[in-house]
Write a protein that binds this ligand. Sequence first.
Ligand code: NDP
Ligand code: MG
Length: 383
Amino acid sequence: MKKVAILGSTGSIGTQAVDIIERNPDRFTVTALAAHSNVSLICDQAGRLKPRIAALYDERAARELRRLLPPEVAVLSGQAGITAAAAESGADICLTAMVGAAGLAPTLAAIDAGIDIALANKETLVCAGSLVTDRARKNGVRIIPVDSEHSALFQSLVGHNPAHVKRLVITASGGPFWKKPIEELAGVTPEQAVRHPRWTMGKKISIDSATLMNKALEVIEASRLFDVPQERISVLIHPESIVHSMVEYIDGSVIAQLATTDMRVPIAYALAYPERIECPAEPLDLGKIGGLTFFEPNEDRFRALVLARRALDVGGTMPAVMSAANEQAVALFLEGKIGFLSIVKLVDEVMGRHVTTAVPSLSEIIQADRWARQETNIIGEDI
Ligand code: NDP
Ligand code: MG
């Protein structure tokens, strides 16, 4: 039995993980669940999965949950409660499926407790980078990616010598707008932007997919996870989203992972690793699909990719600033305060004003994150 803690159990990734776990009751048991404020769903999940710990970030929601759950379930609250849910879960693996930089502290706490990480929360790796990977190495903790592209890269790298890798190729669906003329993008509404052509996901990552900032974060995530510099990571638009990414080796071989667009495939892989388990995803029928297409992205049009490369080249606190400014800019866009095209423009401006700390401590990263959010709000007023 593998013991699992799920941070962000009520979200898109979290609920799909619960589905995989419930289909494999002889393989997995859940020790902790955590979310922000969705009392009814976490209560329902706790009733079925019987964790020892259930945590909600929101204090009022946590008080309500305490009234609903039996006394043997420890109900925790606030940032400290989420972090404790990770650290004290006694789990073998912690799925980090909460959204944004809020995932950083609990992920580090799980690593310090020697718990393997199934990493969905890419923002953690983008903002704290080597701080997370170094600590994982020191604690003998494995970080197994859940992000479909990184799962594909991980699967294509298993059993190979990293010195033989020439290039990582990350595929991108392109989101809903990659073919639209730039003039038409100014008036895009949040409702249009969250409607992704291939995946049903949380709001923030759906907007990130539309701006290609998701791909930008993924370039940084891949560079951190696999220790490959940005010059050797390329992005290809692949609208069918069947080839989830590929690794090119020095002998000219390219190894890819293919599957239908169902996040339960990489979630099941990460949870069961190094085993493979059956997954309810529709089988891949390439004969029916017929053709797979690939296009070079125009990096001038999708400035987010340029920003990611710059953030990696500058290093230090810059990726944290990029990610935090983006989180705040997406929030402003969802509140109707800025236009769609202003999201990436704002991130660019904030990065331009940032004075980087080269080898930051955790508190310097948190400070840079806070500064970037404030700066985004200030510049966002007049953009
Ligand atoms: P959702 O918005 O669907 O879910 C977010 C989850 O995190 C919810 O359970 C939410 O709780 C919880 N949460 C939010 N803030 C906090 C907090 N401060 N403390 C504790 N829990 C919190 O997001 P997704 O599932 O789409 O994405 C989660 C992560 O996975 C992101 O980092 C995303 O980039 C990554 N990812 C997602 C993919 C997808 O297909 N969805 C694909 C690849 C990566 P509540 O419901 O109570 O608000
Ligand atoms: Mg992805």
